[in-house]
Structures are given as structure tokens and as C-alpha cells.
Design a protein around this ligand. Sequence first.
Ligand code: DQA
Length: 143
Amino acid sequence: MSSVLILNGPNLNRLGSREPEIYGHGNFDELRTKCSDWAASNGQTVDVRQSNSESELITWLHEAVDAAQDVIINPAAFTHYSYALRDAAALVTKSGQRLIEVHLSNPHSREEFRHISVISPVATGVIAGFGFDSYRLALLQLA
Ligand code: DQA
């Protein structure tokens, strides 16, 4: 059974109350439950984590490299400027594992600073704009 690491960046612990008109009404625990259910139906297991700390996210990507685990990551605002997170994401894909960048919203339809992703060039693929379903589609692709 394949095991997927699902990482979530800053402020995603506030899902449900944070700008629900953009990110929806579901909270982080609901996202975690949905990801577990979707994974189970694909024959996968998931480890869903969230951190507001760039350092912690980088450490978790290193763990994925060591464990040869595929990764789904919503880097949140770090998407747009964290070269350190990008370098860690590149370690995953250069080690032969897949890394899918996901977003709840479609950053390209929003403010200009969100149009840049420093993660996308080193990701295996990107899924954005489908709310929680972005994670479902990413799990399906990895399956
Ligand atoms: C986000 C989009 C980012 O621009 C934003 O900073 C987030 C969430 C999304 O899932 O739509 O925190 O990654």
C-alpha cells in the first residue's frame, strides 16, 4: 500500500474561518478526514500535516526523501517566495519521488503576487482551483 505525505503551509490550520468565500467552509480536520477516505478508496494511506513554520515543512520534505514517499503539498503563501522550500521540494523530485503542488483557490485568478510559484518548476505537477477536490485529484493521480 503506498503512503503519501500531505503537507500544508501557513494559515491552512484556519480553514473554515479564513476567507471562506475563497477557501470554503470546511475546516482542516474535515480536509484531513476527506484525504484519509479518498486515499483508502485508492488503496493509499496518508499522513496529513500542517505547519506555519517554513523550517518544519522543510524538515518534513527531507523525511519524505529519506522514506522515498510521494508528496502532495499546499505551500500556501510560501508558494510565492520560499526558495528554501523550493530547494527541499526539488530534493523530493530529484530523488525520483513525485511531488504535486495543490491549491484550494486558483492563484492565477487572484492578486498578481500569487501568479508566481517558485515551487511549480520543481514539482511533478500542479492542481489548483478545485477546493478540497484539488487534494482528491492529486491523490488519484498518485494512485
Ligand atoms: C493557497 C493560495 C495561496 O496564494 C495562499 O497564500 C494560501 C492558500 C490556496 O490553497 O489557494 O494560503 O495556497
